[in-house]
Design a protein around this ligand. Structure first.
Ligand code: FES
Ligand SMILES: [Fe+2]
Length: 332
């Protein structure tokens, strides 16, 4: 199979189509469900630019577009916090956490105006094993999207890992280019020499499964990773390390820049092991950052049309083939 054509990574129109057909219709990892455990807790984020928030209400978790029904302002700043009601910062309209419009100050006489017509636009929310997901217009239940991952992680006690630190990393390449890179270990000797030394690369295995790609390699002495890296359709990852895991969402900012929203989770949050946790996170981030330069420079080559699609390795790039086939399916 040949690699995807460069315009898939460089075209604004194709990116707009990705947002509509992929990001608006799939479940997106928002982060730890723990962030919304008490009534009024909210987390606001962007899904490829689509602003949404999730809030804990008396009736459980609810999600809405983070878009004012009046003139479209952002209601809540990105991040997490607590709110009793949702007040637009622009002209101070106020909604309840059930989405109903409660208060419209300084409006004037208008007998046709009905608050009931201007409720917040709902989105879908689900929690799976402590992970919070949101979907603007889901085409299937979360479990169906997760597919084989549910069995893959059945024996991994992820509920025991507590969210410890969030890190955002931004770089100038299309989200698909970064994903192509994530789902293969072929580049490890070239791009991650230290990491290469720490695994038995000859035994690196990549398997495309139902809804996800599994990569494994036996770690040698001293590696913080446990030798299993997972990527899930369309854009999130989970990697196991000693005493915990990391999760990430690969979130497009636009057609040529991407942010990674990482969470680091640990079983042991005791103060005396803070140094060990910091070291694990630093080593993890160092490996993650090593990928940026190759992605950014490849993006530039795709933008100059200097590149025509090359072949994918059957041994090492079947994850890339799987991801790209899912993209082709999503494009219809
Ligand atoms: S845009 Fe929100 S109240 Fe006007
Ligand atoms: Fe890498």
């Amino acid at each position: 199979m040949l690699n995807l054509a460069p315009e898939h990574y460089t075209s604004r129109d194709i990116h707009a189509r990705d947002v509509k057909r992929i990001f608006a219709t799939t479940w997106q990892l928002v982060g730890p469900a723990e962030q919304v455990s008490e009534r009024g807790d909210y987390v606001a984020t962007e899904i490829a630019g689509l602003k949404v928030f999730v809030v804990r209400t008396r009736d459980g978790l609810k999600g809405y577009r983070n878009v004012c029904r009046h003139r479209g302002a952002r209601l809540l700043p990105e991040g997490s916090g607590r709110c009793a009601t949702i007040r637009c910062p622009y002209h101070q309209w106020v909604w309840g956490d059930d989405g109903s419009l409660l208060h419209v100050p300084w409006w004037g006489d208008d007998t046709d105006f009905r608050k009931d017509d201007w409720s917040l636009a709902p989105i879908s929310v689900a929690v799976w094993r402590g992970l919070l997901f949101a979907a603007v217009e889901p085409q299937e239940p979360l479990e169906a999207q997760l597919g084989g991952l549910i069995g893959e992680l059945a024996d991994e006690p992820i509920e025991r890992y507590a969210p410890y630190r969030c890190e955002k990393l931004v770089f100038d390449a299309n989200w698909k280019l970064y994903t192509d890179n994530f789902v293969e270990g072929y580049h490890i000797p070239g791009i991650h020499p230290g990491f290469h030394q720490a695994i038995e690369f000859e035994r690196f295995e990549t398997t495309a499964c139902e809804g996800y790609v599994r990569m494994t390699a036996p770690p040698r002495e001293g590696l913080f990773y446990r030798g299993k890296w997972l990527w899930m359709w369309p854009n999130w990852t989970l990697s196991l390390f000693d005493g915990g895991m990391n999760t990430s969402r690969i979130n497009p900012i636009d057609h040529r820049s991407t942010e990674l929203i990482y969470w680091f989770w640990f079983e042991d949050l005791s103060p005396e092991h803070a140094g060990r946790r910091a070291k694990t996170i630093e080593e993890n981030l160092a490996v993650i950052r090593e990928d940026f330069e190759v992605c950014v420079e490849t993006q530039k080559n795709y933008e100059t049309e200097a590149y025509a699609p090359g072949p994918l390795s059957p041994r090492h790039e079947q994850g890339v083939a799987y991801f790209q086939n899912r993209l082709r399916e999503a494009a219809g």
